[in-house]
Design a protein around this ligand. Structure first.
Ligand code: FES
Length: 581
């Protein structure tokens, strides 16, 4: 029996679509009915979008269909209408040259889907590295109430009795395979072990780091980012998020109410305390930029000087994310550094950080170390400046070799990634343990998309001599699962006129992490005689063209210039919802 439509007070945004008496209301109600929704039943209730980045092109997000169903159960239980929609999904494994090239595209997709559809609040389903930050960037710009739910890490796997961490141990065994220390047969065995479960990389790589950042920012239910992808608790947490988002829609608590400057400081503190991925620096800067905040690179260093690294997790330590979860996860870690946090920040629980942490507890002090026994006393991530990086460069100190943190050596320059691949394994390569490996033209504009090429392999001839780490430097990024003395994000990049483009093989380079310096020791008058080699523009049209024309440098998070609000008016701009489609 069809009930007459009651004109709603415009409590929810979606009412503009569904509850008019005019032909547009008719049309929209009819469209909803055509997908099997009894419109009348949800009158006066919010519509909850479920932005799902499930994709068979993204193995790390493959469990998100089940997660979406659990979220729907929660939304329905709270009496609201869930509407799921797909978004672009970015898998680190398949997307070339780099998922980072498409992070901004996914962020635009999320923002515009939220803006253009009858959605009052949204649950964002993420997992692999770029999906989390892209969703937070889009949700920050759309500024509708939002909760992020990740799919979680893979269950740990073993090879010949040893627990294997995704990525981190892959790099280790790849080096052993390259140098003949393990056989072809063992290498194939490892391939099977690496893919024996579903979910994200199970070390503190970029995916786990960004999910921890969502928790620390207050955008994810506390304690949920670290639940294994295949643990039933994952679905229970998703259902809880479904119930919670309805409450957020009712109170209209928005990302801009939660992701405040103080919340970003909290996230940076947690990033440092977990020894998280360098990629998180770019993503946090980009998310903050969407809300009109400048999060300078220097802030990471300022907060780093008093924040210990406490999470003993690969690649900075020895454990995996499962052990971190069982030891209390992000809430327990946050409680340990509570004196460094602004615990008055509001979160998607509608409670403060302090209230969320009230029952947190570290259960294994070897996994989440006490303040008296840190993995690293301070500065897990360091920001460097100097003539080679006047706008900054970063290094993950917690995963570097202490004996290389102050180092001077001759440069061996690779003009791009192809050049590096072509020469790095050559037995004739003139390289020694003190050489600084330099990779040019791999920054945001250079490739484009700033791929994770910064952890240049140690030349096999040196590996055979027992060299396991060298100073490496580039304008590229590095996988969050990688380790080594690797200077990244050199800014400005070579392709944007940075001094990096002028470095030549044999030049001396000095890295001084304690003093936060990175310098090319070549006289200015010599540099004045050098010109960067012109490089052909490789992307003449389409999205890569848009990207190279508008991408900001690493110190500004590699967002597009036109996606960041430049004025107060742009920050609060909401397009009117009128007219026909
Ligand atoms: Fe997807 Fe690591 S490759 S989370």
């Amino acid at each position: 029996m069809t009930r007459p439509i009651q004109i709603q007070t415009r409590r929810y945004r979606s009412s503009e679509w569904f509850y008019g008496r005019d032909e547009l209301g008719f049309q929209n109600r009819s469209a909803l009915r055509s997908i099997g929704v009894d419109v009348d039943r949800y009158q006066g209730r919010p519509v909850i979008g479920i932005a799902n980045s499930w994709s068979e092109l993204n193995n790390c997000n493959i469990t998100l269909r089940d997660v979406a169903e659990a979220v729907k159960r929660g939304v329905l239980a709270a009496g609201a209408l869930p509407l799921e929609f797909p978004t672009i999904s970015l898998g680190e494994e398949f997307t070339k040259p780099s998922a980072m090239l498409y992070r901004n595209l996914m962020a635009m997709d999320v923002e515009e889907m939220l803006r253009s559809n009858p959605i009052d609040a949204v649950v964002l389903l993420s997992n692999c590295d770029k999906t989390g930050p892209a969703q937070l960037m889009g949700a920050a710009s759309a500024n509708l109430p939002a909760i992020q739910v990740n799919a979680g890490p893979r269950a740990p796997f073993e090879w010949r009795g040893e627990q294997i961490g995704s990525g981190t141990d892959l790099w280790k065994y790849w080096d052993q395979f390259r140098t003949g220390q393990i056989s072809e047969e063992q290498w194939r065995e490892l391939e099977h072990c690496m893919s024996c479960s579903q979910g994200a990389c199970n070390v503190m790589g970029t995916a786990s780091t960004m999910s921890a950042m969502a928790e620390a920012l207050g955008m994810m239910l506390p304690g949920t980012s670290t639940i294994d992808a295949t643990d039933p608790d994952r679905l229970i947490a998703a259902e809880a998020a479904g119930r919670r988002i309805v409450a957020l829609a009712e109170t209209n608590l928005r990302p801009s109410d939660i992701m405040t400057p103080a919340a970003f400081d909290n996230a940076v503190r947690v990033l440092l305390a977990i020894g998280g991925s360098t990629n998180a620096i770019l993503h946090l800067i980009a998310i903050a930029g969407r809300l009109g905040y400048t999060l300078p690179l220097a802030r990471f260093d300022e907060l780093g000087s008093t924040t210990p690294c406490l999470a003993n997790l690969k690649p900075s330590g020895v454990h995996l994310v499962r052990q971190f979860h069982l030891s209390g996860g992000v809430p327990a870690l946050m409680q340990t550094i509570e004196h460094h946090l602004d615990t008055t920040c509001l979160t998607i629980t509608s409670q403060t950080v302090a209230a969320n942490l009230a029952n947190a507890n570290v259960t294994d002090p070897d996994v989440i170390r006490p303040l008296t026994n840190p993995v690293l006393g301070a500065g897990a991530l360091a920001v460097l400046t100097g003539n080679l990086a006047p706008l900054g460069a970063v290094i993950k100190v917690s995963a570097a070799s202490p004996n290389l943190l102050v180092h001077e050596g001759p440069a061996l320059v690779f003009s791009d990634y192809e050049d590096m691949l072509a020469r790095i394994e050559s037995p004739d390569l003139e390289v020694a343990a003190d050489t600084v490996l330099v990779l040019q033209n791999c920054g945001p504009r250079g490739v484009p998309g700033m791929p994770e090429w910064g952890a240049i392999p140690i030349p096999a001839k040196l590996q055979r001599q027992g060299v396991t780490d060298m100073v490496r430097l580039s304008d590229a990024r590095m996988s969050g699962t990688s380790y080594g003395t690797v200077v990244l994000h050199v800014c400005p990049e070579a392709a944007a006129g940075g001094l990096l483009a002028l470095v030549q093989t044999g030049d001396r380079i000095k890295l001084d992490v304690p003093n936060r310096r990175l310098d090319l020791l070549v006289a200015p008058e010599v540099l004045a005689t050098r010109q960067p080699k012109p490089r052909p523009r490789t992307h003449l049209r389409g999205y890569p063209r848009l990207y190279t024309d508008h991408v900001l440098q690493a110190d500004e998070g590699c967002d597009f210039d036109f996606l960041r609000p430049r004025t107060e008016e742009e920050l609060v701009f909401v397009p009117p919802i009128v007219g026909r489609s």
